[in-house]
Design a protein around this ligand. Structure first.
Ligand code: FES
Ligand code: FES
Length: 165
């Protein structure tokens, strides 16, 4: 199959990548760019391990064509830390024992990043709902939810709105 050269913007860097028409974004990230933090759990949109952010929205990179990813700001787990400093969500996962084998962790963290961007103080149920497409076979989810709640608790309180309760 004939390859096409495309430009991908990943973690603030521009990359030229030669991809086949049926290459997924997951293929491009792992096999072409060596960004293997994004995991391939099922390849068919069932597990959430391949989650990345595209313009801040969590998407399944195994269901996204590389050709459709041009011109979109892509963030992988490699792009969330600030140098040596972990992202607060990464740190909370470590502090709360929310990482065991770690296979689900990149997808969990990127899903949580999107959630906390749009919902500063999610309830446990809202966190569960947001994570419903991300499977973890190790932790039982409780510690993951605790970690995300801990990060949310550091956010400033929601402003009082007139007519609110
Ligand atoms: S690898 Fe994409 S959802 Fe499982
Ligand atoms: S920590 Fe192993 S799958 Fe979640």
């Amino acid at each position: 199959m004939k390859k096409k050269l495309i430009e991908l913007q990943v973690n603030g860097e521009d990359y030229s990548v030669a991809v086949k028409p049926n290459d997924t974004l997951l293929d491009a990230l792992r096999d072409h760019l060596g960004l293997v933090g994004t995991k391939d759990g099922c390849s068919v949109g069932e597990c959430g391990a391949c989650t990345v952010l595209m313009n801040g929205r969590a998407v399944l990179s195994c269901l996204t064509l590389a050709l459709d990813s041009v011109g979109i700001e892509i963030t992988t787990i490699e792009g969330v830390s600030q140098g040596e400093a972990l992202d607060p969500i990464q740190q909370a996962f470590v502090d709360h024992g929310a990482v065991q084998c770690g296979f689900c962790t990149p997808g969990m963290i990127l899903t949580a990043k999107e959630l906390l961007e749009v919902q500063k103080h999610p309830s446990a149920d809202e966190i569960k709902h947001a994570l419903s497409g991300n499977f973890c076979r190790c932790t039982g989810y409780t510690k993951i939810i605790e970690a995300i709640r801990a990060v949310a608790s550091q956010n400033p309180p929601a402003p009082f709105t007139k007519g609110g309760h």
